[in-house]
Design a protein around this ligand. Structure first.
Ligand SMILES: [Zn+2]
Length: 64
C-alpha cells in the first residue's frame, strides 16, 4: 500500500506508521514515513510503541 512520506513528501511502497496525529475531531490520522526518513528521524514505528502509548512520536535513544 503506497503512502506519502510526511518528511520528504514522496510516495513510498514501504511506509512505516510512526505516530498518530491528534486532532479535535475523533480519530487521528496515521503519520507515515518512508524507510530512509524514518531512519534519519530515528522514530520508533507505531507498532513498537510501548503499551499505553498515546500515539505521539517516540524517538529512538541514540547511544552516546
Ligand atoms: Zn521520506
Amino acid at each position: 500500500m503506497t503512502k506519502t512520506c510526511r518528511v520528504c513528501d514522496m510516495d513510498t511502497d514501504e511506509p512505516t506508521a510512526v505516530a498518530l496525529e491528534h486532532t479535535n475531531s475523533c480519530g487521528g490520522r496515521v503519520v507515515h514515513l518512508c524507510p530512509p526518513c524514518r531512519a534519519e528521524q530515528g522514530l520508533i514505528p507505531l507498532d513498537q510503541h510501548p503499551e499505553g502509548s498515546d500515539g505521539f512520536p517516540l524517538y529512538e535513544v541514540s547511544a552516546p
